[in-house]
Ligand binder design. Sequence first.
Ligand code: FAD
Ligand code: NAP
Length: 339
Amino acid sequence: MTLQLRAGVSLKPFNTFGVEVQAQAFAEAHNDEDVREALTFSVEHALPLLVIGGGSNLLLTAHVQALVLRMATRGIRILSDDGEQVIIEAEAGEGWHGFVLWTLEQGLSGLENLSLIPGTVGAAPMQNIGAYGVEIKNIFHSLTALDRQTGELRDFTLSDCAFAYRDSVFKHHPDRWLILRVRFGLSRTARLHLEYGPVRQRLDEQGISQPTPKDVSLAICAIRREKLPDPAVLGNAGSFFKNPLVAASLAADLKREHPGLISYPQADGQVKLAAGWLIEQAGWKGFRDGDAGVHRLQSLVLVNYGSATGLQLLDLAQRIQTDIAQRYQVTLDMEPNLY
Ligand code: FAD
Ligand code: NAP
């Protein structure tokens, strides 16, 4: 047995909200054997298993009566390279941003817009992470997951994952699939996505007219550092709410009433509303109640000024949801995973 189990471990260092709760049992998985041992332990002791990566998409509302398994597996490898398309495989515990930088160092393009997203490679498929017009489904190749019910390994192709906006098959079956490693199809020829938000503008300001993937990554890192709180300084889990997709008729009604409404028509006829704009217009930007608050620059981000509990953060989120529903008839869904 190589798995090092500890009892009564504080999870404060393991969730980016910095919420202080304890795990009944805690261990780190450094290889597949550790994962299997943790699974066996959880079955034999009838203790639920909660798998985490960087804890950057979690809201912990109570002590966790489970074995918390932190994925700490490492390894990045090139599986195939035809001179143009390159298949890369990374272990679940690899840090996401470090992995993105590694691919850029290899001269590969595809992940640059997803720079500086916290967390691990293994959690990235959970909500099909996305930023600046790219989601992992755009460069995803396949992944290997352990079926926690049968102990068998299964490979998932792109269509198996049912990726959608901040969604996947894994998010709907959190206790079934434990993602061990993920593969991406990247290109040696850059196909850049610069149309989104302030990316092109930032490059123009720097006098870069023919950007490389590394230039795009640096520009996005700079934009993100300006707008988003660093969890090491101010606890947060990134965007707390998803941007709502609403019927075109509701979006049109809202636009008549609120001409400044930020909305993006989708291919399926629905309209995506910028949740941050709704929350800001409703007066929540910079709001603070005790140590739970709404970030002063980005109203989609809830923050922990120090000792907020998960329940206090959840209460604030629910007050915002109720207010937005009353004002705009729009339902805001939470993005982080609640425990
Ligand atoms: P965790 O928070 O540890 O876990 C998240 C969920 O995945 C949990 O349900 C957990 O049980 C499950 N899980 C974790 N690892 C595995 C595994 N190996 N197998 C099965 N299940 C697993 N997200 C975006 O999409 N785009 C962004 O631009 C973005 N920006 C962010 C900025 C900041 C400042 C912060 C704090 C967060 C941001 N996020 C963003 C959210 C978050 O970083 C991502 O969702 C990230 O993928 C979470 O990774 P993690 O390893 O921290 O997952
Ligand atoms: P932003 O650029 O201020 O834009 C506000 C919202 O409008 C974003 O949420 C984005 O939706 C949407 N948007 C902007 N330009 C768009 C376009 N051309 N087409 C369609 N939708 C557009 O957003 P931001 O808060 O600074 O974040 C920048 C990017 O990083 C966004 O993609 C955001 O999702 C991502 N991000 C995610 C998290 C997280 O925790 N999930 C945290 C920080 C940043 P989308 O969100 O759908 O892209």
